[in-house]
Design a protein around this ligand. Sequence first.
Ligand SMILES: [Fe+2]
Ligand SMILES: [Fe+2]
Length: 133
Amino acid sequence: MAFFEWSDELSIGVESIDSQHKRLVTIVNEYYEAVQSGCSEQAVRDAVGKLINYAGTHFADEEKLMQDKKYPQIDLHKQMHKRLTEDVIRYAEKLGKGKKIFSLDIAIFLKGWLENHIAQTDKKIGIFLSDKK
Ligand SMILES: [Fe+2]
Ligand SMILES: [Fe+2]
């Protein structure tokens, strides 16, 4: 069983966004595997780098969708993306400096953040879009 299992409850009903979320889940699992299997620090750093990159792409696409559809809660939503990005970048910097940090805690944090954000915050975009139809 994967560390982070995708479930249909996480679907927001927008196919392009759902598939990006699934990819994020996969990347969090890769990060977890790298930490768990005692991979080199470099492998852990690479996995975090991949997450930062892909999250950046996903957040930008999601924000563009909100903008295009004139989603009313866009500002608060963007704040949440920004905050998470800053947190993960700060973590990556610490990794780079060889500081002792708890990489497994980060995996648990990321899983929790994503599950919560998708189920609570992203889902509202899906509801907004289906109400507009
Ligand atoms: Fe989001
Ligand atoms: Fe999202």
